[in-house]
Design a protein around this ligand. Structure first.
Ligand SMILES: [Zn+2]
Length: 391
């Protein structure tokens, strides 16, 4: 963080008194917040709560990077913007809302958003980057630029009712996004740009966690989620914290990195990622398949294909695929070493969210033949076996 630490005035001491009261923050932590520069990439569902809490907490300089305009369907979750802002630039309504909340901090708007052309210089001007994007190409761009500039990247993402948070911080030995996802999902296999649907309150949970992690990074009041992936499943109200390690084969932060600079051609402004990031194994072992393909594989290659169901035991009592092995998601790290590497592992859960995390995790651990079953056992019950109970 920056070395500058301006003295706190009486207004600041009153405004922030309830967090200064915490021994772990105190006046010194508040001064660090005042001196900190945080860039929020994306003034959307995650960026809104993150920016609101960071502004209220007294982060001295907040950058907001977003090139979008406010649309009506943003308002149910993007709380920086008001009804009257529809049609106007998100950075403008974000700046107005944040300044209204806390006029003592500096808000800097970046109306071009992050682009391959500006990202390295932009990140260089900040201490911490908060990733609030829902777009795969920008997510990779943020990750690569954060690594190249040595900045911590507070990552959050949401898929339907599941959210996750982690801190990518390669400068301090942590993993990066590409350690988890060296390859991009197949075009069309993952809904992007809000296609999957989302409840605004889940954005509030995950964006607030990102703000909390940012405050921890700035003040040092607790260990950040560096090397740990926090998963929140809203429907079942279950949480998991998985340890994630740096991937020696990571194309960005591994031993032999192939990505050593931001190459403009590699980041397309779409919801999918350029095919150059896909590995050789993608064709043989796709990242994700639907239940029909999974069912066919288990029938045709039963000796070489195993379904691993990562749901909780009580969920198995409701329904299960008879041939599947069961390892709850939270036990995957301790069982990973014992999983067969000569079999194709098909990972299943309830709707396909937890199993996607497990697929990413196992691939980061060096398993190539791991594939997520999209839609999970719920889709299996609908399309393959109607005798299964749904929940
Ligand atoms: Zn990496």
């Amino acid at each position: 963080m920056s070395e500058r630490a301006p003295a706190l005035g009486s207004d600041a001491l009153r405004r922030y008194s309830r967090q200064i009261l915490l021994d772990e923050i105190g006046p010194a932590g508040q001064q660090r917040l005042a001196a900190a520069r945080v860039l929020i990439v994306g003034a959307g569902g995650l960026g809104s709560p993150a920016a609101l809490y960071l502004a209220a907490a007294g982060v001295g300089t907040l950058g907001i990077a977003d090139h979008d305009k406010v649309e009506l369907h943003n308002l149910h979750r993007q709380l920086l913007h008001r009804d009257a802002d529809v049609g106007h630039a998100k950075v403008d309504s974000a700046a107005a809302t944040l300044s209204g909340l806390n006029p003592h901090i500096e808000i800097i708007t970046h109306p071009d958003g992050v682009t391959p052309a500006n990202v390295v210089e932009l990140f260089g001007n900040y201490d911490v980057i908060v990733d609030g994007t829902d777009n795969f190409s920008v997510r990779y761009l943020n990750n690569d630029a954060a690594h190249l500039t040595g900045k911590p990247l507070v990552h959050g993402s949401i898929f339907k009712f599941e959210g996750l948070v982690t801190v990518f911080d390669t400068a301090r030995g942590g993993p990066c996004y590409r350690c988890l996802h060296p390859e991009a999902p197949d075009r069309g296999s993952v809904p992007g740009c809000g296609e999957a649907g989302v409840v605004g309150a889940l954005c509030g949970v995950i964006g607030s966690l990102q703000a909390m992690e940012t405050i921890k990074l700035i003040t040092g009041c607790g260990p950040a989620l560096r090397g740990r992936l926090f998963v929140y499943e809203a429907l079942s109200v279950q949480t998991q914290t998985l340890t994630i390690e740096r991937n020696k084969r990571c194309p960005l932060c591994g031993r032999n990195p192939q990505i050593t600079s931001i190459a403009a051609a590699a980041y397309q402004p779409t919801c999918t990622v350029a095919p150059s990031f896909q590995t050789m194994n993608q064709a043989e072992y796709p990242f994700e398949i639907d239940v029909a393909a999974a069912h066919q594989m288990t029938r045709e290659s039963s000796a070489s294909v195993i379904i691993i169901d990562v749901r909780e035991p009580h969920e198995l009592e409701i329904c299960r695929v008879e041939t599947a092995r069961h390892i709850p998601m939270r036990q995957i790290p301790e069982h990973a070493a014992a999983l067969p590497r000569d079999k194709h592992l098909l990972i299943m859960c309830h709707h396909g969210g937890r199993s996607r995390r497990v697929t990413e995790y196992l691939r980061a651990q060096g398993f190539d033949a791991v594939t997520n079953i999209a839609g999970g056992i719920d889709a299996w019950a609908v399309e393959i076996d109607s005798s299964l109970s749904r929940y």
